[in-house]
Ligand binder design. Structure first.
Ligand code: SAM
Length: 351
């Protein structure tokens, strides 16, 4: 595919001009680009390496251009397909590069902060990939003993590797009591809520529940995607975030202190134990940046399924639902498309 990102050519040694071009490139990378286009831009940026070293030796500030290269890697990580199938362009990246780019993308906020620091302090070391990955390791260490990727199962649990849109067809109709899940929130993933609802309509037993996290900002779209004849809206719990988890929503100037948990039932809502609304939601990020609170998962699973019932999480992430479901005596099936997180989930389920 034609590379439409305007990548500055090495040869311009004017540091001020280079800075403007590099910052424009960082902004352009955030627009809607296909993976092939991003990889193309990144490959065009690679010859800069030698020139940047030379510029650095001349005492010129290279951090804006280094940040542009790093940001291209974050964006490639964003766009890499979530299953094992890759386009020809994406396979031109080595496996370690793909893993590193995914990792940079999963922790883009931390990367952004560090790159801003690099530009401000004019310190190229802070914009090096090695430095950023070291920081992410400290934030969220990857266990070198993780098992290889492939479907896995154990006592009362099963993990399916791949894209939930396809893998869920492997499960029989009306075989699940509760779907408890947490799809990715960014706008481009919103259609996954429609896939989730379609599968839920087929997989849930009559009177089964679908309980899902959602981002506040796209709630109207989420409700729209979840709408199906077979599913009735039930409730929206409010998960109260502790202070360490509150975030500033830049487009709204709101300090967010809660997040929604939406409940729908297949057919009639079955009453059970009384449950408080709101629910306290603690920060737990020792395994993964998007990890959720296992105690909340356990309480919801207990309320919305019966002992030994089947709980499904099609977006298992680091395995919070799996761990919680097993702890409260449910059978659990998980799907995860990212190899690192899949392995984390398996490890957590093995215990
Ligand atoms: C918000 S995270 C879930 C975090 C999880 N609740 C935890 O506590 O770790 C969403 C997960 O869905 C996965 N995912 C995204 N698209 C997917 C797809 N089409 N099929 C399966 N998994 C997918 C992502 O790789 C990510 O790990």
């Amino acid at each position: 595919m034609k590379n439409e990102l305007a990548v500055p050519r090495p040869g311009s040694f004017d540091a001020a001009e280079l800075k403007v071009e590099a910052l424009a490139l960082v902004a352009a990378l955030d627009d809607d680009h296909e993976i092939d286009e991003l990889v193309g831009a990144w490959e065009e940026l690679r010859p800069w390496d030698a020139h940047l070293k030379e510029l650095g030796r001349q005492g010129k500030d290279t951090t804006p251009m280094l940040s542009a290269i790093r940001w291209a890697e974050v964006r490639i990580g964003d766009e890499l397909p979530h299953d094992a199938r890759l386009s020809d362009t994406a396979t031109s990246l080595s496996h370690p590069q793909r893993t590193q780019f995914r990792r940079l993308s999963a922790y883009r906020d931390a990367v952004k902060v560090e790159l801003a620091k690099a530009v401000e302090k004019k310190n190229p070391k802070l914009a090096s990939r090695r430095h950023l990955l070291k920081i992410l390791d400290e934030l969220n260490p990857v266990d070198a003993t993780l098992p290889d990727v492939g479907d896995e199962s154990g006592d009362g649990w099963e993990m399916l590797f791949g894209d939930m849109r396809e893998r869920l067809f492997d499960l029989p109709d009306e075989s699940v009591d509760l779907i408890f899940t947490d799809p990715p929130y960014p706008k481009k993933y919103l259609p996954l809520y429609r896939d989730l609802a379609e599968h839920a309509a087929r997989l849930l037993k009559p009177r089964g529940f679908l309980v899902t996290y959602a981002g506040v900002i796209f709630l109207p779209e989420v409700f729209d995607h979840l709408k199906r004849e077979e599913l009735s809206y039930g409730w929206t719990f409010s998960l109260l975030l502790d202070e360490g988890s509150q975030s500033r929503i830049m487009g709204r100037h709101v300090i967010q202190g809660w997040k929604p948990l939406i409940v729908a039932s297949k057919g009639q809502w079955t009453s059970g134990e009384w449950m408080n609304d709101p629910i306290r939601h603690a920060r737990q990020k020792d395994k993964y940046g998007w990890q959720q609170d296992a105690a909340v998962a356990a309480a919801v699973i207990e309320r919305f399924s019966r002992p030994n019932g089947v709980v499904l999480d099609p977006f298992m992430g680091s395995g919070t639902t799996g761990e919680a479901a097993v702890a409260v005596g449910r059978q659990v099936i998980g799907v995860e498309a990212d190899d690192n997180r899949f392995s984390l989930s398996v490890k957590r389920l093995i215990g």
